[in-house]
Design a protein around this ligand. Structure first.
Ligand code: PLP
Length: 392
């Protein structure tokens, strides 16, 4: 019999009832060190006191009005994002995939607006991930996402990452945009080379294309910059953000330059909940905390400590692990045994990690994780690896 919860996830036999910083407590009172961060969502850990206070206060004031009216928290957060990024304007959503949908619709609308409606095609990359709507599985194109879901939305092609010739060859007179994650997340924590991003920017300029970045996983301080593309100096025209920006409250955003947003006028796009007062109150507090240069410098320091300790871990378990990679606190460990074996052994050692593509486990901890918890996480992963070796 089908369970009441539709079985689209192979869930671990774990049920968490409380969170505190980098720790989760399950229904049997066991404490787990959470370095998966709810897949890069719990950017400030669980139950961060300032976020709790912000949400509790907002809950006593106003929950929802609809986007028919001005929403002060939304305006405040939009202005903070505009002040801190390439962008001039923001559309808020509830999720990442909706932020990407907005990005793609905006790019198509832009070309329609400038009198070139025939330009609707977009180039994305192999092993990318942009969410689960029909549009975004069409964009990513991988069989495991699209299988069984019938005809995909036309206009998307995928080319290999770091193959600029393939990108150039895929451009034709109908191409509108290139879509890229500056660090691929689901694909297995693959940072895109700075030079590749620059070459893509050059192609966009040559052909009049818009550059869409998906920073849903790698953005909001995750890599030690507010947004990952800042490392390369290349800015997008349109960018999708979600996950970390809500710190655990559902919130996404699509940021754009004034030029790219030229076709977005009253009536062209909408959402019931997107930019809701509760979500934007929390998002605004998250951005206040994370956009602080001292906080971002802390992310890079913690990354250095974590990476160094993980290099040691990999070196001492050569039968289990192959390589550490990533940027900031977006870390992947490529495994030699099946990655789920490592994730499961982690559960036994009470440390939570996330599987990813290319047989990696992902480490996406709270950006404010303590140095002690970093060392403890590596000790627990060491225990997990030792348990796996005992069975090899
Ligand atoms: C998680 C993710 C998405 C989808 O976000 P949802 O909030 O699950 O819709 C899209 N792109 C990237 C890069 C992601 O990591």
């Amino acid at each position: 019999m089908i369970p009441a919860i539709m079985p689209t996830y192979a869930r671990a036999p774990l049920t968490f009832v409380k969170g505190e910083g980098s720790w989760l407590v399950d229904d049997q009172g066991r404490r787990f060190l959470d370095v998966g961060g709810g897949i890069a969502v719990n950017a400030l850990g669980h139950a961060h006191p300032e976020l709790v206070e912000t949400l509790q206060y907002q809950a006593t004031q106003l929950w929802h009005t609809s986007n028919l009216y001005h929403i002060p928290n939304q305006t405040e957060l939009a202005e903070k994002l505009v002040d801190n990024t390439f962008a001039d304007s923001v559309f808020f959503t509830n999720s990442g995939t909706e932020a990407m949908e907005c990005a793609v619709k905006m790019a198509r609308k832009y070309f329609s607006h400038i009198g070139q409606p025939e330009r609707y095609k977009m180039i994305a990359f192999s092993d990318s991930f942009h969410g689960r709507t029909l549009g975004m599985i069409s964009a990513a194109g991988a069989e495991k996402l699209t299988e069984g879901f019938g005809p995909m939305l036309p206009g998307f092609t995928q080319v290999p990452l770091h193959d600029i010739e393939a990108v150039a060859a895929a451009i034709d007179a109908q191409t509108a945009a290139i879509i890229i994650e500056p660090v691929q997340g689901e694909g297995g924590i693959i940072p895109v080379e700075d030079q590749f991003l620059r070459d893509i920017r050059t192609l966009c300029a040559e052909h009049g294309l818009l550059l869409i970045m998906d920073e849903i996983q790698c953005g909001v301080g995750r890599t030690g910059k507010l947004f990952a593309h800042e490392w390369s100096g290349v800015t997008p025209d349109i960018m999708a953000v979600a996950k970390g920006i809500g710190g655990g409250f559902p919130l996404g955003a699509c940021l754009a330059t004034e030029a790219a947003a030229a076709g977005m006028v009253a009536g062209s796009h909408g959402t019931t909940y997107g930019g809701n007062p509760m979500a934007c109150a929390v998002g605004s507090k998250v951005v206040d905390i994370i956009a602080n240069p001292d906080f971002l410098a802390g992310v890079s320091e913690k990354s250095g400590l974590f990476r160094q300790a993980l290099e040691g871990l990999v070196a001492s378990h050569p039968q289990v692990f192959e390589q550490v990679r990533g940027l900031g606190l977006m870390i992947g460990i490529k495994c030699k045994v099946p990655n789920m074996d490592v994730v499961n052994a982690g559960y036994d050692a009470a440390v939570l990690t996330i599987p990813g593509g290319d047989n990696v486990i992902r480490i996406l901890p709270p950006l404010n994780i303590s140095n002690e918890d970093i060392i403890e996480a590596v000790a627990r992963l060491d225990q997990a690896a030792t348990a796996i070796e005992a069975k090899l």
